[in-house]
Design a protein around this ligand. Structure first.
Ligand code: 5AD
Ligand code: SF4
Length: 482
């Protein structure tokens, strides 16, 4: 807890008024409140930010109204993600009215994309900081305290925050994210990420293994290794990424690939579940698949975004693989890891998408039987290859209709997949209490299905063997068996 609840009165300047009108004394440390939006990488970055700020005299608070500093860690991947932040900033006017010293920072991808424009457009914002400038945040806050507004949007070719031990925020003490790399070199034509997160760079494997070890020693049962494209993880000893063919003999001998990293991580705590995201169809190789098959604690689930089922559109998207390539990878996964589930990202209505292209996406989904998909309408992003070179020419109502059809197909497949699980016993890592009933617990099996079952005497963090009795499109429901 970051503050004490007391019932007696304090001098006005030492009081804080919580959103529930409770009055509390301020501790010596300044209070930091962080809100994270978008992908898992942003949530992981917020924990790095929390750590940097706590080393510099700040204390994390869960109450926005007791905060001296509020950071919004933002996403820019689609227009509606940015819209959400603009709306949130409108609400924060209220906080500033209550506390005129409050400092508001916009961090992450939207900050990087808009740079000084964000300071011009949003008068409320004091700090704009891109994903590679988080070490500078204490200085930026100090700058604001001298009466200025502050910005740092420099991108780095080296920064991985490798040695920073993340401050686990809002943690359940069971699952944690571990960032293994930053940036992306892929230049998919629709995607703003290479512009907001910069060039790809891999984190020192030793620091990754240390972080995993500490998590396991502290009782964590599951970690997810994070990167925009984990399969292209390659450690050569630091610095900017080098093409493998340009590396020296010595560098090649000491290199660590993703498959090798995965193996090292699996061996740290053999009972700890290992997940990873996101994979790229062009980079996921058989070594990775054999490593997953070899270690029982590496979960049998791969998130492998296809984006489209049409080779023509995949080319326009600059994904650098064809429908056939994608299907070959799926077949290989099934051959090497027969129990492996696969999930997907799909975009509806990308530039020039025809009805035939759309049908190809639906048929790819039918063929691959994804366990779940994240499904989006194409949203044109300024500065991307698609925005510069192509026409966003699929009308809004057609995008919406196609997205609805994609969601319907996925819902049907998910229900079919889940119904096939009835009668089976699955091992669940319990990570939460069911939202619907306090009497039920919730967790995931190895393949990443959500499983709900009566609590009995199980605790959060336990493993339970659950006999599946019923299934919906999103959830397996059953009872624990000893
Ligand atoms: N419009 C819609 N979806 C997008 N994604 C990335 N850029 C866009 C965009 N401009 C989706 C892709 C990616 C996921 C993280 O977000 O499916 O895999
Ligand atoms: Fe964006 Fe493509 Fe990189 Fe994923 S792989 S972050 S979609 S550019």
């Amino acid at each position: 807890m970051s503050y004490l609840f007391c019932s007696f009165a304090f001098p006005m300047q030492d009081e804080l008024i919580l959103s529930n009108n409770q009055t509390i004394p301020k501790t010596d440390k300044r209070q930091l409140y962080i809100e994270s939006y978008g992908c898992a990488m942003n949530f992981s970055d917020s924990e790095i930010i929390g750590s940097i700020m706590s080393e510099n005299g700040f204390e994390y608070t869960k109450d926005e109204f007791s905060a001296d500093v509020i950071f919004l860690n933002t996403c820019a991947i689609r227009d509606n993600a940015e819209q959400k932040i603009r709306d949130r900033l409108k609400h924060l006017r209220n906080n500033k009215r209550k506390n005129s010293d409050l400092i508001i920072g916009v961090l992450g991808c939207m900050a990087e994309r808009l740079k000084t424009k964000l300071l011009e457009e949003e008068k409320l914002v004091d700090i704009v900081a891109g994903p590679d400038s988080y070490r500078d945040l204490p200085n930026l806050v100090a700058e604001v305290e001298t009466g200025n507004r502050a910005i740092n949007v420099l991108l780095s070719r080296e920064e991985t925050y490798a040695e920073i031990s993340p401050l686990r925020l809002n943690t359940n003490g069971i699952s944690a994210f571990v960032s293994i790399m930053r940036g992306c070199d892929n230049m998919c034509s629709f995607c703003v990420v290479p512009f907001t997160r910069g060039r790809e760079r891999s984190r020192d494997p030793q620091t990754i293994l240390e972080e995993v070890k500490i998590l396991g020693d502290n009782g964590y049962k599951e970690i997810t290794l994070l990167g925009q494209n984990v399969d292209s993880y390659l450690w050569f000893g630091g610095g900017p990424k080098i093409d493998y063919k340009n590396a020296s003999v010595e560098q090649k001998e000491n290199a660590v690939s993703f498959a090798q990293l995965l193996e090292k991580v699996a061996l740290v705590h053999p009972s700890m579940r290992i997940r990873f995201s996101t994979s790229h169809p062009k980079d996921i190789n058989d070594d990775v698949l054999h490593t997953i098959a070899k270690y029982p604690n590496i979960c049998n689930h791969i998130h492998l975004p296809a984006q489209s089922g049409s080779t023509r559109l995949l080319e326009a998207m600059n994904r650098t693989y064809s429908r056939e390539w994608y299907l070959e990878r799926i077949n290989k996964i099934k051959e090497i890891i027969p129990n492996c589930s696969i999930s997907c990202d799909i975009i509806a209505g990308f530039c020039s998408e025809t009805e035939e292209d759309h049908q190809a996406t639906l048929s790819l989904m039918e063929e691959c039987k994804f366990i779940f998909s994240y499904m989006y309408k194409y949203s044109e992003r300024p500065g991307t290859l698609a925005q510069k070179k192509m026409q966003d020419d699929v009308p809004e109502e057609i995008k919406s209709r196609r997205l609805t059809e994609i969601i319907e197909v996925q819902s049907k497949i998910s229900l079919e997949n889940n119904q096939k699980m009835i009668g089976k016993v699955v091992t669940v890592l319990i990570d939460s209490v069911s939202k619907k009933s306090e009497m039920d617990l919730c967790g995931r099996n190895d393949q990443n299905n959500i499983v709900v079952f009566p609590r009995e005497d199980y605790q959060l963090g336990d493993y339970a063997n659950v006999l599946i009795e019923r299934a919906t499109g999103t959830t397996l429901i059953g009872k624990a068996v000893k």
